[in-house]
Design a protein around this ligand. Structure first.
Ligand SMILES: *[C@@H]1O[C@H](CO)[C@@H](O)[C@H](O)[C@H]1NC(C)=O
Ligand SMILES: *[C@@H]1O[C@H](CO)[C@@H](O)[C@H](O)[C@H]1NC(C)=O
Ligand SMILES: *[C@@H]1O[C@H](CO)[C@@H](O)[C@H](O)[C@H]1NC(C)=O
Ligand SMILES: *[C@@H]1O[C@H](CO)[C@@H](O)[C@H](O)[C@H]1NC(C)=O
Ligand SMILES: *[C@@H]1O[C@H](CO)[C@@H](O)[C@H](O)[C@H]1NC(C)=O
Ligand SMILES: *[C@@H]1O[C@H](CO)[C@@H](O)[C@H](O)[C@H]1NC(C)=O
Ligand SMILES: *[C@@H]1O[C@H](CO)[C@@H](O)[C@H](O)[C@H]1NC(C)=O
Length: 338
C-alpha cells in the first residue's frame, strides 16, 4: 500500500511507521505466554457484568494470596450463574514470591488476550492460570493440548527415546503419588552421546493419583505426535504438563533448600521454538500461527517502507535525519524469556 503513494506523502509514511513502532513496542511490553487458549465456544460475559466483577476480584485475590506457599490455588467467587472458578499452578520448583508474580502477570495478560471470554487458559514458564464458569476442580481435563518444540533430532534417536521413556515412567510414578498440595517430579539421567536428559512432569494436585497418572500417560504418548526423537519439547494440558530437554531447566535444589534468599533464576535463552497445537482429537487451534503470520507480514511491510524511504532519501537527499535505519534493529528478537 505504501508503495503506491504519491511522492509528497513521505510524512504520511513516517506517521505510519511511527504507528507501527508504537504498536510493536506495545505488544512486546508484556512478556507473552508460552501458549494460551481462549475458549470461544464456552460463552462470553458482558463488560461490567457480575461475572466480570467476580472474575476481577477472584484473580486479584488469587495472585495476591500470601498464605499459599505450595504453588496451587483453586478459588471461586460469586454465586449461581455468575460464579467464577479459577486454578493457578506454579511449576513445582518455583518459589512463592515468583509464583505470585507469575500469576499476577497471567491475570493481566489472559484477560487482555481473551477479552470477555468466560473461559480461558494461559501458560508461562513458571505458571499456568485458567478460569471458567464451569466447575473445574477435581476434574481431569486432558484437552486442549499445546506443543512447543525445537526441531533438532537426537543424534542417537532410538537410544535417546528409550532412555527418555524410562525416565518419564519413573517420574510419572513419582509425580502422581504426590499429595493434594503438589504432584510434581523432575529428574535427569545419562542419555546417549554423552548427553544428559532432563525431564519434568506435573499435575494439578486436586486430581486423584489415578487421574494424574491418566493425564500423564496421555501427555507422554503425545510425544509421538510432535516430539518423537527431538531433544527439546513441552506438552501442556489443563490438568498436567510435561517437559524434557538436554539442557537443565529446573531448579534441582528447590525442595532441598526451601528459602535461599532471593535467588531468582535468570530467564532462559530464547530458542528457535516451533509451535503448533493438536488438531481434531485434541480440540485446539493454531493460535501461534495466527499471531506469527501477521507479525511477519507487518515486518515485511515495514522493511519495504524503510527501503522505500531510504531510496527516496538518496534521490532527493533529505536533510531531516529520521531514524529509520536504526529502527530496524528494534525488530530483532527482544522477547523476554518466560
Ligand atoms: C457457563 O456459561 C455458558 C454460556 O453463557 C452457559 O451456557 C453455561 O450454562 C454456563 N455454565 C454454568 C455451569 O453456569
Ligand atoms: C464470544 O466472542 C468471540 C469473539 O470475542 C466470538 O468469536 C465467539 O463466537 C463468542 N462466543 C459466543 C458463544 O457467543
Ligand atoms: C500485578 O500487576 C499489576 C499490573 O501489571 C501491577 O500494577 C502490580 O504491581 C502487580 N502486583 C504484584 C504484586 O506484582
Ligand atoms: C529427524 O528425523 C526424522 C525421522 O524420524 C526425519 O524425517 C527428519 O527429517 C529429521 N529432521 C532433521 C532436522 O534432521
Ligand atoms: C483447593 O485445593 C486444596 C489443596 O489441593 C484442597 O484442600 C481444597 O479442598 C481445594 N478447594 C476447593 C474449593 O476445591
Ligand atoms: C522417584 O522417587 C524415588 C523415591 O523418592 C527416588 O528414589 C527416585 O530417584 C525418583 N525418580 C526420579 C526419576 O527422580
Ligand atoms: C515447524 O514444524 C513444521 C512441521 O513439522 C515444519 O514444516 C516447519 O518447517 C517447522 N519450522 C521451523 C522454523 O522449524
Amino acid at each position: 500500500m505504501a508503495m503506491a503513494m504519491a511522492p509528497s506523502s513521505s510524512r504520511v509514511i513516517s506517521l505510519l511507521l511511527c504507528l507501527l513502532f508504537t504498536l510493536i513496542s506495545h505488544i512486546t511490553a508484556q512478556p507473552s505466554f508460552l501458549y494460551h487458549f481462549c475458549m470461544n465456544d464456552k460463552g462470553n460475559y458482558t463488560e461490567n457484568s457480575a461475572y466480570h466483577t467476580n472474575l476481577n476480584t477472584l484473580l486479584s485475590t488469587l495472585s495476591s494470596n500470601t498464605e499459599v506457599d505450595y504453588g496451587f490455588y483453586n478459588f471461586s467467587q460469586g454465586q449461581g450463574s455468575d460464579k467464577v472458578n479459577a486454578i493457578g499452578m506454579c511449576r513445582g520448583d518455583v518459589k512463592p514470591e515468583s509464583c505470585r508474580s507469575c500469576l499476577n502477570d497471567s491475570r493481566v495478560l489472559l484477560m487482555h488476550r481473551c477479552p470477555n471470554q468466560k473461559e480461558a487458559i494461559g501458560w508461562y514458564d513458571n505458571c499456568m492460570l485458567r478460569y471458567s464458569n464451569r466447575s473445574i476442580f477435581d476434574t481431569m481435563e486432558p484437552d486442549p493440548t499445546y506443543f512447543l518444540w525445537v526441531g533438532i533430532n537426537a543424534t542417537d534417536m532410538n537410544q535417546f527415546i528409550q532412555v527418555l521413556r524410562n525416565l518419564l515412567e519413573s517420574l510419572r510414578t513419582n509425580a502422581s503419588s504426590g499429595d493434594s498440595l503438589k504432584k510434581y517430579a523432575a529428574g535427569s539421567t545419562a542419555g546417549p552421546s554423552f548427553q544428559t536428559i532432563f525431564a519434568l512432569l506435573q499435575c494439578t494436585p486436586d486430581l486423584s493419583e489415578q487421574e494424574c497418572d491418566d493425564c500423564l500417560v496421555r501427555a507422554i504418548s503425545n510425544i509421538n505426535d510432535r516430539c518423537y526423537g527431538l531433544t527439546k519439547c513441552r506438552i501442556g494440558k489443563p490438568s498436567c504438563n510435561l517437559r524434557f530437554d538436554t539442557s537443565p531447566f529446573y531448579d534441582s535444589t528447590a525442595d532441598a533448600s526451601p528459602s535461599s534468599p532471593s535467588k531468582e533464576s535468570p530467564p532462559p535463552p530464547v530458542t528457535n521454538t516451533n509451535a503448533t497445537s493438536t488438531k481434531g482429537k485434541s480440540n485446539s487451534t493454531g493460535i501461534v500461527i495466527a499471531v506469527v503470520v501477521p507479525i511477519f507480514v507487518v515486518l515485511v511491510l515495514l522493511i519495504s517502507v524503510c527501503i522505500f524511504i531510504r531510496a527516496r532519501k538518496r534521490k532527493r537527499s533529505f536533510h531531516n535525519h529520521n531514524d529509520t535505519n536504526n529502527n530496524i534493529s528494534y525488530w530483532l528478537p527482544t522477547k523476554k524469556g518466560g
